[in-house]
Design a protein around this ligand. Sequence first.
Ligand code: NOJ
Length: 557
Amino acid sequence: MRQESAPSQVRPSAPAPREAVPRAWWRDAVIYQVYVRSFADSDGDGVGDLRGVRERLPYLAGLGVDAVWLTPFYASPQADGGYDVADYRAVDPVFGDLTDAADLVAEAHRLGLRVIVDVVPNHTSDRHAWFRAALAGPGAPERELYVFRPGRGASGELPPNDWESVFGGPAWTRTADGAWYLHLFAPEQPDLNWENPVVHEEFASVLRFWLDLGVDGFRVDVAHGMVKAPGLPDVGAGEQARMIGRQVLPFFDQDGVHEIHRSWRRLLESYPGERISVAEAWAPTPERLARYVRGDEAHQAFNFQFLTTGWEAAALREVIDLSLVATTEVGAPTTWVLSNHDVVRHTTRYAEGDAGRGLRRARAAALLMLALPGSAYVYQGEELGLPEVEDLPDEVRQDPAFFRGRAAAEAAGGAGAPVKSGQDGTRDGCRVPLPWSGHEAPYGFGPGGSWLPQPADWARLSVEAQTGDPGSTLELYRTALSLRRELPGLGSGSLRWEEAPEGVLLFSRPGFVCALNTRDTEVVLRLPGRALLASGPLGSSAGDTVLPGETCGWWAV
Ligand code: NOJ
């Protein structure tokens, strides 16, 4: 495949051996997010599954990551890609069964990889036994497990407050008997009532179930949402979708959630082997985010401020500084992330309409992220430089955010175009199944088709096409991850900013220098040491380094 001409790379020898039980493995771990339905399909139904993941684990071990995070594979009607769980202790038949889950975990461990699974505590599916029982009638005791309220208005015809669903439209749905229930996401995802001790007990038991099966931790879905402000007050004026992650809301980032994270930390620490939790928390500032990773709470929290920062040197430097200061103050590492299954892939986010630019910047951003102290998450396919698929026909889309957004636009008298939701717009475009090999769809994804159509030109992006091509994004990631293991302390400690021309970020770590040129024109830098790796072709001029535009490089000093 043709991307950039071969960057200067120093290939390290064999990867460093993994210690049997490294201390605080998670503090600098690179964790690969597997979106299970789109990773690899073993049985030809077009949907990825646990066996598919297990068969491809050697690829992940060879890539050089430390752990995998599996998105939900639990019994679910799939109203929201599995984030609507009907049974937390069962595997959905579309993904396999409990034996497949146990086999996957065992095989991962054999290969030196840890496994993190999702836990979805803010809401269940509307098909969960509790919610079905809750719908039996106004007196059903299970209503206490959810957030049921009478409506406002003369006959209760209005929702209890003004909260909006993250997917668009009101956050309340009325039942046949006239009561309303809260769902911060789709109506098929009723919110649990975390004021009820039964909910706490149930989730402690669910965590134990998976820990006993051998998982190494949990990614906590909507970790900032379980506790709501007393009295469920109105938000008031303003576009709520735009407020998410920018301010504390009566349903997000309430102080009460921290007690839940504390109790889960105690539970995790009662198990051997450093099991962890990573909080998916959209907090308004690095300081508020750092509260989730205080010593007795979650181990990690995704740094979405970094993810949402644009391609601008000063802004990137600021968010890096603020993040490092905030997490250092609480003794935690920072957890960097550029993409996931909810946001536009960063290759496209950075592109500004120019795919070549997007790829150049994405490759550079990956080297920046992997040179920063802390842990990092890699979303499946970013190591292939996959772009967002932006032209999916409406009839194949499955993201509830798309349908809720369209319905809301229609209700407002619009033409039915999808509107951007608080969940970063429509999300099918970043969930298209991976291309592994071959010349036509499904590109080795499985023996059948793929649940979302893959673009006709993805053969050039497949794992097979990129393997062994020193200019490919896949080989860039492989080399970067290998070097990250070899260079002592790259994932820990701090960094020191060095003086650099405008638009350039230059920082040093012990024995190491990283330079990122965010401008679209080259810069000439006087750099010490030996070039290790770069996201684009380095040049030289009278002994100085020529760093092309939108390029990042690493040097050993
Ligand atoms: C965050 C998950 O990543 C997203 O995919 C899901 O729709 C919401 N939480 C609701 O569970």
